[in-house]
Design a protein around this ligand. Structure first.
Ligand code: SF4
Length: 81
């Protein structure tokens, strides 16, 4: 069986995620610490739109997803409501 047939379509983008290569520590920083490095990596990631959409659809509360911090995603959600 080819691997793509067992990956759910909405998480297939994670195969190409830059953060999968850099490690999660930038993306889930301690409260109050900088998210600048995570955002820099997201800025180079081709999966950014899919990542952000996934985070919004799945109500991911913690960490940087799709180049946006927790607070920024919260603001975006409020704008969309
Ligand atoms: S946009 Fe950022 S958090 Fe999302 S997959 Fe890419 S590097 Fe990871």
């Amino acid at each position: 069986m080819h691997i793509n047939t067992i990956i759910e379509p909405d998480i297939a983008w994670q195969e190409e995620a830059l953060c999968a290569q850099t490690g999660a520590e930038f993306f889930f920083p301690e409260p109050g610490s900088s998210v600048r490095e995570a955002k820099r990596i997201c800025g180079m990631c081709e999966m950014r739109p899919a990542c952000l959409e996934y985070a919004l659809n799945n109500d991911e509360r913690f960490g940087v997803w799709g180049g946006l911090s927790e607070k920024e995603r919260l603001s975006l959600r409020r704008l969309q409501e």
